[in-house]
Design a protein around this ligand. Sequence first.
Ligand code: FE2
Ligand code: FE2
Length: 303
Amino acid sequence: MTHDPSSDTKRPLSSLDQWDDDVKRRYPEPAPSDDCDTPPAAQPKKKKPSEFRNYRAEARPSVKEFYRLNHTYQTVDFVRQKHREFLPLRRCRMSVWEALRELDKLVDDSDPDTDVPQIEHALQTAEAIRAQGHPRWFILTGLIHDLGKVLCLFGEPQWAVVGDTFPVGCRFSEKIVFSEFFAENPDSQVPEYQTECGIYEPGCGLDQVLMSWGHDEYLYHVVKDYLPEEGAYIIRYHSFYPLHREGEYTHLMNDYDRRMLPWVKKFNPFDLYTKSHDRPDVDRLLPFYEELVNEFFPPELDW
Ligand SMILES: [Fe+2]
Ligand SMILES: [Fe+2]
């Protein structure tokens, strides 16, 4: 029996930001190192042994409930259905700026003291990349990387928009956060999906792998024809924490993935550790970013 996600209107998170904030709590900024790629936005602090925490015990109930829904309902059938539903990209046409403005409507029931508007997260990420002298496509990738969250405005539940992503159709890694909730996932009862590779060939390449559905995969299809492949790859896998932080699922990668993955790792600190309450001066930055967006994208994109 397949689940109809539209029947599940639960919204455990007060805002989508709560998931991002929780990821940052799980992967705190590392101590200073020789890695000159770490953005300087927030001065990293060394963790004392007493500060190492039990993530599961401390996760907010709303976050835990969010993962319960995500891990229960992200199945092979669900992902295939979402591809059929969204990937023809026939929903609407809108510009990058319209999408950014739409995203800012998402903060309705969030806490204004802790949440940064989406456009500010976009600009903070992009500005940190720019400050390190990275190429223009990389800065642009930082600006647009979360635009796939417009899925929420199309009525999709939170658990099908954000959350750490993972392959479906093969064994769920125990290193996925709250992996115990996969016991409720119907795919856990499908014998074919219980091996390390499941329905895939070893080394087949992630392009052949169905990932849990969310804002990464969706936006990848919206922008892939306009961005350099490195930028498109970053967008597609930036929430794949089980791979880029935990080192899981490498048996599904091919040479192309091994060439591209370092870009995802390079991008991740800019995404996680640049959120700050020093609000970017949107008006001052706009001319630079308008020119940048126009350099790569047509006036409107298919969503
Ligand atoms: Fe994201
Ligand atoms: Fe982000």
